[in-house]
Design a protein. Structure first.
Length: 558
């Protein structure tokens, strides 16, 4: 990003030049010619409005198209369009408004025409009191699934489903952030943009060490969903799309989210795709020519919604010399407390077929706000480090932020553990979170880690002076942990938001790690047997903690 400006400065920037008056072509159609004088065209957005489709035309050729909720009555915020990159001093906007114009008035009177302006800078200074401090968020715009995550040369790369033109779902693009510690993230230029095949849905990246490149696989979402490929030779900073895209097609309506990985057991690449309510498995010797091997899903797990965002990995069973395979399957709807969630399956995989060893449905996280979980490719020391999208499709577009929407979970290491003859997924806070711990403090704050030494029955209450509270309860006798956010603060934006979530603990919890960051609470058993993630939106930070039958230690987050 360029130099940051305050919003007030931006509004009165002397370099900001208003666009010319529009030419009205119909009750829902207008064109506007822009004499390019600055880097950005700043488009005014009003979130309650219907989308308008904008086609950018330069020298009689369409160069870009996207959807944006242009302001009709007032401006909620601005989004930037880089118009300098088109290499012309004259750009034509062809705009089609959706919605019923009889209730909106004449388009010649819309606020967008007066508020649209040009500038050489775009303000990204944080204006959101709920923006997390140590969780990854986009600097602006909407974000959902983490995509294409990989580690190379000391850097973690996180791509994500991004809308650059508003903070609600639309215009799916791969945004990009990098980190050296999984805690502090730096925004990078846009990685992969929509093209004639479609917008850019979820996918994965692999580090192809033999050819010294990073290869991305993603779903191109046009009239139908197909799989595409792009190659980076500069460590994931830029990608060149494969000329022969798409590389995989299907007549299924839900055909998406390719997850590729190198399988040393067969000395080939594998790829897993979500197709309706099953996972399809492919193999390849070269990342380009894929052979269908098998499908998994019928008769296993939850089928109340569409299966999405798969991941497949071999993991060690803690405390043994055994290794087993785990298939991650994100589903929406169908989560244990409504909406989206992450389920998993334990079993064996021979490079062609995954065989599940259990029939029950198993959830990786028992909160409402843990979805699209996937792991980093090529992570150091053979670790399987996972990130999730920290929201739920029931209300993700409505949470009370506007400059941006959505964050990722804290990083978590995945492994396996045995309990009463069954094998389950172990989720532990990644060791990088320990390095973020600051000094011990006596008072709760809006960004901290709380470590609770548990007894047989423990109650933890976070509260503030407004009477808002979150109640967590551990029942060792019955082997359950719960979190009640029904009185946590602002819960009015969705009927699905107030909730009490309950998890099995698969044995005793001796120590609980609670990560608090402005709008989220993640409770994770230090031994990895239980995880629960829930968003909260208190009117003021929780500043008091009471623990019954346990001891709390509070750490600053550096």
């Amino acid at each position: 990003m360029n130099k940051l400006l305050t919003l007030a400065t931006l509004m009165f920037l002397s370099l900001a030049i208003k666009a010319q008056a529009p030419q009205i072509l119909g009750e829902s159609h207008a064109i506007q010619r822009i004499g390019v004088t600055s880097k950005y065209l700043l488009l005014p957005v009003q979130e309650k409005e219907e989308i308008a489709n904008i086609r950018i035309i330069v020298n009689n050729e369409q160069r870009q198209t996207f959807n944006v909720k242009l302001a009709v009555d007032k401006v909620d915020y601005f989004v930037p369009v880089d118009i300098k990159r088109f290499g012309s001093d004259n750009v034509l906007l062809d705009i089609n408004f959706h919605g019923d114009r009889r209730t909106k008035g004449a388009i010649k009177d819309f606020a967008c025409w007066k508020e649209m302006k040009q500038s050489n800078e775009f303000d990204t200074a944080n204006r959101e009191r709920f923006r997390p401090l140590y969780h990854h968020t986009p600097v602006y715009g909407w974000m959902n699934d983490p995509n294409g995550m990989f580690y190379k040369d000391g850097v973690y790369h996180l791509y994500y489903q991004w809308n650059p033109y508003g903070s609600q779902w639309e215009n799916m693009t791969w945004g990009h952030s990098t980190s050296r510690d999984l805690i502090h993230w730096e925004a990078q230029p846009t990685a992969i943009e929509p093209d004639a095949i479609g917008t850019i849905f979820s996918g994965s990246c692999v580090v192809d060490k033999k050819n010294d490149r990073v290869v991305a696989f993603y779903t191109s979402a046009g009239q139908n969903q197909v799989q595409s490929m792009a190659v980076s030779k500069d460590n994931g900073m830029t990608f060149q799309k494969e000329a022969s895209n798409p590389i995989l097609t299907s007549n299924e309506p839900d055909f998406r989210d390719p997850k590729a990985f190198w399988n040393p057991d067969i000395q080939k690449w594998n790829l897993v795709l979500a197709v309706g309510q099953e996972m399809r498995i492919y193999s390849s010797p070269n990342l380009k020519d894929w052979t269908y091997e098998s499908s998994f899903g019928k008769g296993y797990g939850n089928h109340d919604g569409v299966w999405e965002c798969p991941d497949l990995m071999k993991l060690q069973v803690r405390g043994t010399d055994k290794q087993k395979w785990m298939l991650i399957c994100n589903i929406n709807p169908g989560g244990p407390f409504g909406g989206s969630a992450t389920q998993y399956f334990i079993g064996d995989f021979d490079g062609k077929k995954f065989t599940c060893e259990h029939k029950d449905t198993r959830w990786m996280d028992y909160g409402k706000d843990h979805y699209a979980t996937v792991t980093f490719d090529n992570a150091p020391d053979g670790r399987k480090i996972a990130l999730a999208w920290m929201s739920n499709w029931q209300y993700a577009n409505s949470v009370p932020t506007m400059q941006y929407r959505s964050a990722n979970s804290v990083p978590r290491d995945l492994n396996l553990f045995d309990y009463q003859g069954e094998t389950y997924c172990s989720v532990t806070p990644s060791k990088e979170l320990l390095t973020a711990r600051g000094k011990k403090v006596k008072k709760l704050s809006e960004t901290c880690e709380v470590v609770i030494d548990m007894k047989g029955k423990t109650e933890i209450v976070l509260s503030n002076t407004k009477g808002e509270q979150v109640i967590m309860s551990y029942d060792g006798k019955n082997g359950t942990f719960s979190m009640d956010r029904t009185k946590s603060g602002n819960v009015s934006f969705s009927e699905a938001f107030p909730a009490v979530t309950v998890a099995p603990t698969y044995g005793d919890i001796h120590q609980l790690c609670i990560f608090i960051d402005r709008c989220s609470i993640e409770a994770i058993d230090a031994d990895g047997k239980m995880a629960m993630t829930n968003l909260v939106f208190p009117s003021e930070p929780y500043n008091n903690i009471k623990v019954k039958s346990g001891k709390a230690t509070i750490y600053e987050i550096k």
